[in-house]
Design a protein around this ligand. Structure first.
Ligand code: NAD
Ligand code: TYD
Length: 361
């Protein structure tokens, strides 16, 4: 790969071919033509370069197919491109997969993050100016805080870490490593913990795209347990905007929670999805309600997540831009309009994974 010189900044975004990553890459490539954005992604089952077709030819965009666990290759890339910022999203991200395969989560989320930190440390400490003007921004989840009861409490930045799933345990561990690199070596790090995201380009193993696709194809909608669990949903482009604001204006060593004060019980959310899809494809109201199928609950299923993002709003002026109803309608329309994108993903290996999930229930 040849270095692209003359840019004001050279920034690696890891996991840029994934769901949230592609929105962050698109925002940065479009908004900052004087930044060189390097999308570092291994292209696991969840990574899809089709998600970035609209920016792949831009002069300020480069794709690097790399594993974050490959310390030597990441270090080489940092040196070749003189990287001064890292926005780290690459991860294994699906709780159900972490339950059946925890090792992969420890490898990527813990060892991969450590390897990335060590590469950044090695490269930046070798420069005359050291850490000046550098930033390592780690994207984490609200799931590290564990589960809330139905008592109106919210996760704040000082809530004790209490992860329950192998996914959240691996993310919690990576958060600790990031903070340790600040405290031990003085690396300018930032950590953010965000609630559940929804929107275009989400891999259809996650609730919202999976259910939209199933409603369209009149397939069962597998609601875990009684559908009583609560999640706090944020439109993915609002998360990307928060990442932009925090990358530029967030204080080093700080943690910021990101969320939209938008809690939904799963079963109520499923009913909103049914209503919206039925309306948009011209089914009579309620036609798809009988697709709801209650199935065995997820092991260790966290009851409720809810984020308090007051610190981010007060200190950095970020607010979610979309009302949920508007965001859901936009999202459903996108999946209905992009059925080919969905069909290409839901054939082959994915089909096999999904069948196995259900065989194991
Ligand atoms: P995703 O699974 O859609 O995408 C992950 C991306 O990382 C993929 O492109 C994949 O190819 C890449 N990747 C995986 N392992 C890699 C490796 N070893 N080396 C390089 N690339 C690798 O995930 P997402 O939903 O976009 O989540 C992105 C980040 O945001 C994750 O760190 C996740 O923990 C965090 N997060 C997600 C949500 C959510 O609701 N999706 C909420 C809060 C935080
Ligand atoms: P998911 O999208 O996997 O996100 P997370 O587990 O990270 O919150 O699931 C969102 C909620 O929906 C969660 O409470 C589990 C539930 N769920 C179902 O009921 N059925 C499903 O098929 C899936 C994938 C999730």
């Amino acid at each position: 790969m040849t270095a692209k010189n003359g840019f004001k900044r050279n920034i690696i975004i890891t996991g840029g071919a994934g769901f949230i990553g592609n929105h962050v890459v698109r925002l940065f490539v479009n908004k900052y033509p004087d930044y060189h954005i390097i999308n570092l992604d291994k292209l696991t089952y969840a990574g899809n370069l089709e998600n970035l077709k609209d920016v792949e030819e831009r002069p300020n965009y480069t794709f690097a197919k790399l594993d974050i666990c490959d310390f030597e290759a990441v270090l080489r890339l940092m040196a070749e491109q003189d990287v001064d910022g890292i926005i780290h999203l690459a991860a294994e991200s699906h709780v159900d997969r972490s339950i059946s395969d925890p090792f992969t989560f420890a490898r990527t989320n813990v060892m991969g993050t450590l390897s990335l930190l060590q590469a950044a440390k090695t490269y930046w400490e070798g420069k005359p100016e050291g850490y000046e003007g550098k930033r390592f921004y780690h994207i984490s989840t609200d799931e590290v805080y564990g589960a809330l009861k139905f008592d109106g409490t919210l996760f704040t930045e000082t809530t004790r870490y209490q992860p329950h799933s192998p996914y959240s345990a691996s993310k919690a561990s990576s958060d600790h490593f990031v903070r340790a690199f600040h405290d031990t070596y003085g690396m300018p790090t930032i950590v953010t913990n965000c609630s559940n995201n929804y929107g275009p380009y989400q891999f259809p193993e996650k609730l919202i795209p999976l259910f939209i696709n199933n409603i369209r194809h009149k397939r069962p909608l597998p609601v875990y347990g009684k559908g009583e669990n609560v999640r706090d949903w944020l439109y993915v482009e609002d998360h990307a905007r928060a990442i932009d604001v925090i990358f530029h204006n967030g204080k080093v060593a700080e943690t910021y929670n990101i969320g939209g004060f938008n809690e939904w019980k799963n079963i109520d959310l499923v009913k909103v999805l049914i209503r919206t899809v039925d309306k948009l494809i011209g089914n009579p109201e309620g036609a798809s309600l009988d697709l709801i199928t209650y199935v065995t609950d997820r092991k260790g299923h966290d009851l409720r997540y809810a984020i308090d993002s007051t610190k981010l709003s007060n200190e950095l002026g970020w607010h979610p831009s979309l009302q949920f109803e508007e965001g859901i309608e936009k999202t459903v329309r996108w999946y209905l309009d992009n059925q080919e994108w969905m069909d290409r993903i839901t054939s082959g290996a994915y089909e096999k994974y999904y069948e196995e999930q259900y065989a194991n229930r």
